[in-house]
Design a protein around this ligand. Structure first.
Ligand SMILES: Nc1ncnc2c1ncn2[C@@H]1O[C@H](COP(=O)(O)OP(=O)(O)OP(=O)(O)O)[C@@H](O)[C@H]1O
Ligand SMILES: Cc1ncc(CO)c(N)n1
Length: 279
């Protein structure tokens, strides 16, 4: 049976992030994608021009409709708007207990617009994270979740441990926002910690990188891959999507979700480096 996956996220009318990025990624990776909308954004590569949230009742109905019919093995969440919507999603996830639940704790869009109310961070920490199997913050999101500044690699490891202590098994702190010459993501589990590294591509066209990465990870996990393999394959997918950028729109352009097809035969090195300690 084809793997069936679910995204619970907001719509990006510009097509590069949110539900649209997730479904494009699922399709490219050959899994069947279902979707639950939490909000509609009027958005393009220049910014967010309006947000209309979907009612909690309708969010719950969508999740029930999908979960009652399909065999969802992996699910991801993206933009969740506010505490009320986080609670509705958390309750539904508690009911269905999908094997993999990847929470991308979306807070702010690339142009700076808020996609999650500040007052909702507590609900994210206490209601949603305990339902997650994996959480994928970028560095600013990890700082908010852990309540600390991240300046060094030691800080990043400490923040991952603080977030694990909230009650989520696997923490991936992504390195898209750092100034390093490589894009390095840190993965911390109960028993191990490793970094996954790829060359950083010089481009402003990174709209939706986080959504695309977490959707690729969700798809790879649905295939039953190990965590290490799923992360490496998702990292390759986002690298190829950024590398084969489309140069469209006037702001932060979208990534190219079919970049992996154009990259066939290209050599890219994804390094995996294990840490000797998870502390
Ligand atoms: N310029 C780049 N070159 C190569 N890889 C990148 C680049 N920017 C981001 N990545 C990779 O893309 C993935 C997503 O990371 P990022 O930190 O950009 O997410 P994000 O900030 O949550 O994205 P979004 O803005 O969509 O919310 C990570 O694997 C990261 O290392
Ligand atoms: C709908 C939506 N979800 C997530 C992001 C973060 O990239 C965005 N810009 N828009």
């Amino acid at each position: 049976m084809k793997p069936q996956v679910l995204t619970i996220a907001g719509s990006d009318s510009g097509g590069g992030a949110g539900i649209q990025a997730d479904l494009k990624t699922f399709q490219e990776l050959g899994v069947f994608g279902t979707s639950v909308l939490t909000a509609i954004t009027a958005q393009n590569t220049l910014g967010v021009h309006g947000i209309e949230a979907i009612s909690t009742e309708m969010i719950t109905r969508q999740i029930d409709a999908v979960a009652d019919d399909f065999s969802i093995t992996a699910c991801k969440t993206g933009m969740l708007v506010d505490a009320e919507r986080i609670e509705a999603v958390a309750k539904a996830l508690e009911r269905y207990r999908f094997e993999h639940v990847v929470v991308d704790p979306v807070m702010v869009a690339k142009g700076g617009a808020s996609l999650l109310q500040v007052s909702a961070v507590e609900a994210l920490r206490t209601k949603l994270l305990p339902q997650a199997t994996i959480v994928t913050p970028n560095i600013p999101e990890a700082e908010v979740l852990a309540g600390m500044e991240i300046r060094t690699e030691a800080d990043r490891m400490k923040a991952a441990q603080v977030i694990r202590a909230i009650g989520v098994d696997i923490v991936i702190i992504k390195g898209g926002h750092s100034n390093d010459v490589e894009a390095v993501d840190l993965i911390v589990t109960e028993s191990e910690a490793f970094r996954v590294k790829a060359p950083r591509i010089q481009t402003k066209d990174t709209h939706g990188t986080g959504c695309t990465f977490s959707a690729a990870l969700t798809a790879e996990l649905a295939y039953g891959k190990t965590l290490r393999q799923a992360v490496v394959d998702a990292k390759r997918f986002i690298h190829q999507a950024i590398a084969h950028g489309l140069s469209i729109g006037q702001g932060h352009g979208p990534t190219n979700h079919w970049g992996h097809r154009l990259a066939k035969g290209e050599q890219i090195t994804i390094d995996v480096m294990y840490e000797t300690s998870t502390r």
